[in-house]
Design a protein around this ligand. Structure first.
Ligand code: ADP
Length: 367
């Protein structure tokens, strides 16, 4: 063999060994498969997670990794990753062992080229991590939040009612100035607290998967009219016009009434909150087998980079105009959870200083 080729072969071997050492030193399980789902590489941590000590090379991924979702439905990871173009990740699947015991897994997979150059075959690298302990801590936390927020609801509702009465009594008695102002400020804070508790309660139930979905016929036209009536005072207080456009061909939507309403309310409250002048428009039109709602505002808008993050938990824009308004950054996160529950899709178009449009496509659900 010519010298250069031998050198190349030696350096490739070295590279290969280094790579092997690196992959084996990782705490996460690593498995590489080819396009047909056959294992070509794995590390020690993967053997631990799969609870096997035999070699994995040459075996079908599906024959050694038995994944199920939280309802016990079988998941084919090979099919899932073959249908994704770039990468996928999930914290919601479990591995099921032969003795029927399970463990929660973090799974992520990405497309790679196995080998060098153009001829390098396409494949996938899968990362596995046992997150059973983290999951059970998360579940305990969600359970705690759920109980606490539920228990806080009654005293807060009573306080809201009492302060509201006190404002009326003070007004009737002709007491103006600092007492009424203080009562009003207290009332506003109680309302804020009650929204926050509502969000937390919905959120913890969504994360525990205990939000029940009751499918009912919803008259979309009446729903929009109700929302316009309920939110007009809030909009007018800020000098905004709350308008609506409802397509007369609109049909009945079969979905979860409470969730549909809560999703739209969250978008409307935000539209009013983040708009200084102009209008907020609620639109409803038929779409395929369902209804498409849009909430458009002429407000401060959302920058391109923030648009990717508005649905993240606790995200609030750094824009000072956002920070002028109180908020928790939970509203849109909860909204996204509810949207998934009713199989709806959200899209967002926005430009800074021009305004935002959130569009929600809600399908008809089967009972
Ligand atoms: P918050 O309690 O802060 O309103 P949300 O989860 O409802 O939390 O919204 C997250 C962030 O998204 C807001 O803080 C704001 O920065 C941005 N946002 C949401 N809706 C709008 C809107 N209509 N116009 C401009 N910014 C918005």
């Amino acid at each position: 063999m010519p010298v250069s080729k031998t050198k190349l072969a030696t350096s490739e071997l070295l590279d290969h060994e280094r790579l092997n050492a690196l992959v084996n030193s990782m705490a996460d399980g690593v498995i590489a498969i080819d396009e047909a789902g056959m294992i070509v590489l794995s590390n020690g941590a993967a053997l631990n997670i799969l609870d096997t000590n035999g070699t994995l090379r040459g075996k079908k991924l599906e024959s050694v990794l038995h994944l199920v979702d939280k309802n016990g439905q079988k998941i084919s990871l090979t099919e899932q990753i073959q249908s994704t173009r770039t990468s996928l990740s999930s914290r919601d699947w479990l591995i099921r062992y032969d003795d029927e015991s399970t463990a929660n897994l973090y799974v992520s997979a990405a497309v790679v080229h196995l080998g060098y150059g153009k001829s390098g075959q396409r494949g996938y690298v899968i990362l596995l991590r046992d997150i059973t302990r983290e999951k059970s801590l998360e579940e305990e936390r969600d359970e705690f939040i759920s109980v606490v927020s539920h228990e806080l609801r009654t005293p807060i509702a009573i306080a809201e009612g009492n302060v509201s009465n006190a404002i009326l009594l003070a007004q009737k008695a002709g007491i103006a100035g600092s007492i009424t102002d203080t009562l009003q400020a207290t009332y506003d804070q109680i309302v804020f607290l009650s929204h926050m508790i509502n969000d937390l309660s919905t959120l913890s139930r969504a994360e525990q998967g205990t939000l029940a979905l009751e499918i009912e016929p919803i008259n979309a036209h009446d729903l929009v009219m109700d929302l316009v009536r309920d939110y007009t005072p809030q909009a007018e207080e800020k000098g905004l016009h709350l308008t609506h456009k409802v397509d007369p061909r609109l049909h009945i939507l079969r979905s979860g009434r409470l969730y549909v309403r809560e999703i739209l309310q969250n978008f409307i409250t935000n539209a009013i909150k983040y708009t200084e002048k102009g209008r907020v428009t609620i639109t409803a039109a038929p779409y395929k087998e369902g209804v498409q709602f849009s909430i458009h505002d002429t407000g401060i808008g959302i920058s391109k980079s923030d648009q990717e993050r508005v649905f993240d938990k606790f995200f609030r824009s750094e824009d000072w105009r956002t920070r002028q308004n109180s908020g928790t950054g939970l509203g849109l996160y909860v909204t996204m959870k509810l949207t998934r529950l009713i199989h709806a899709e959200i899209s967002l178009k926005s430009a800074i200083n021009k305004g935002s449009t959130f569009t929600i496509k809600m399908p008809n659900l089967d009972t």
